[in-house]
Design a protein around this ligand. Structure first.
Ligand code: CO
Length: 196
């Protein structure tokens, strides 16, 4: 096995040791259940792990990740996670977390063909069409790319709000707040787009 493969298991054993030294009941307590305050929809990108960048430990974030942090109405995987988070876990916040330098958003911006994934990226092309005028008015390529990342988060927030799960939750008055965040890989900082 490669060193990078073995390292994961070595690190896991060290982490268990550290946790048990701090608190003998740590894993036992986690095994009793979860009550996270947050449901987070994030990108699969290896550089943007929500737990690492927010310092949230096990039990704090219920997470759904896919390419370019999309909330798609026909995605049974996403809808199931949302329903469980809202109706069973009763999270207080639903967060769509995008990130600058997102490869999925970059691919949607290009005219190249990428195979199967183009069917997924079509959701970002919908965002581009919705905000055509604003995006076309931006002269710099990097600046347009950054703005599309933000607009994509905003539209996914709208998609979350439009789901039957969130509509039902609103009527039951136990509706979580929906937020849009953007993470900047280049500086490590998280930004709240304040769309809630
Ligand atoms: Co990404």
């Amino acid at each position: 096995m490669t060193d990078s493969y073995k390292r994961l298991f070595e690190n896991n054993r060290k982490w268990v040791e550290t946790k048990l030294n701090e608190d003998k009941e740590y894993f036992h307590r986690l095994s009793q259940g979860q009550k996270p305050d947050f449901f987070l929809i994030g990108c699969s990108d290896s550089r943007v792990s929500p737990n690492i960048i927010t310092g949230a430990g096990p039990g704090e974030l219920f997470i759904h990740r896919n390419i370019a942090n999309l909330a798609v109405h026909t995605d049974l995987n996403f809808l199931s996670a949302l329903q469980y988070a809202v109706e069973v876990l009763q999270v207080k916040h639903v967060v769509v977390k995008g990130h600058y330098y997102c490869g999925g958003v970059r691919a949607a911006l290009s005219d190249d063909h990428h195979g199967l994934i183009d069917n997924w990226l079509v959701n970002i092309r919908d965002v581009m069409r919705l905000h055509k005028n604003e995006l076309e008015s931006i002269t710099g390529d990097e600046e347009r790319f950054r703005r599309l990342v933000e607009l994509n988060v905003i539209e996914q927030v709208n998609n979350v709000k439009a789901t039957s799960v969130m509509q039902n939750a609103m009527q039951n008055e136990n509706d979580p707040q929906v937020h849009g965040w953007v993470y900047d890989l280049n500086e490590g900082l998280l930004k709240d787009l304040e769309v809630s």
